[in-house]
Design a protein around this ligand. Structure first.
Ligand code: 4GS
Length: 215
């Protein structure tokens, strides 16, 4: 699956996408992640990406021309939906993440800054507005990384047995509930003991206990 990320801060992504599981997924060619610097598509001499809001008020708005040219350029490389990360969008959930991972060969993720982007870009080129939660961030970069990470880990071959997504919070197999608690060695840590049933070897009892701990 191909992810194209449109941002005015492409360097934000360097560390996260080139570490651990996303790094290995790219090496294995299961995913491709390409960042695009929106500022490179400016045409004015000061490379301005923002401007004052019509109607007045505080803050700046991302100006349409660089966004328009950048999105048009990326649409030639990626046939997936253009998704604008914004608190106005529908909130992301694990079932939505599963849909993206199954339905699409690619996604184009547009990161906003300041007060947001000119509405005419949303009306003409954005397929979907998506929020990662009901709070406000300084930019859409963390939401974009969140979407890439959540979708990529569901693609076949990305996770090994050690990081399996068979039984985890919000998975179908756990009826979309929060998962049960986990323990590892030592059996006694500073006097805090591991529940006896997990040490018993009774697989049926362990499954029953884990089910009882779902919420
Ligand atoms: C979110 C969010 C967000 C909104 C970007 C203010 C800068 C900021 N994007 N889910 N302008 N929550 N975006 O807070 O997606």
């Amino acid at each position: 699956m191909r992810f194209d990320i449109l941002t005015i801060f492409p360097n934000i992504f360097d560390s996260y996408i080139n570490t651990s599981i996303l790094k290995r997924a790219q090496e294995k060619k299961i995913i491709k992640i390409v960042t695009h610097d929106i500022r490179k598509f400016t045409k004015d001499k000061h490379n301005k990406v923002d401007d004052l809001p019509f109607g007045g008020g505080a803050g700046m708005v991302m100006t349409p021309q660089p966004l328009y040219d950048c999105i048009k350029h990326v649409k030639k490389l990626n046939k997936g939906p253009v998704i604008y990360l914004s608190p106005r969008g529908k909130t992301l959930s694990q079932s939505k993440v599963e849909q993206y991972s199954k339905k699409h060969k690619g996604m184009i993720l547009l990161c906003g800054h300041y007060e947001g982007i000119d509405q005419r870009i949303i009306d003409s080129l954005v397929d979907e507005e998506l929020s990662i939660g009901k709070y406000v961030l300084t930019g859409g970069e963390l939401p974009a990384i969140t979407v890439v990470d959540a979708v990529a880990r569901l693609l076949p071959g990305v996770l090994g047995r050690a990081e399996s997504h068979e039984e985890e919070s919000f998975s179908k197999s756990l009826n979309r509930k929060k998962e049960y608690p986990h323990y590892t060695r030592p059996a006694d840590f500073l006097g805090m003991k591991v529940p006896d049933v997990l040490m018993s070897g009774h697989h049926k009892e362990i499954a029953k206990w884990r089910k009882s701990k779902l919420s």
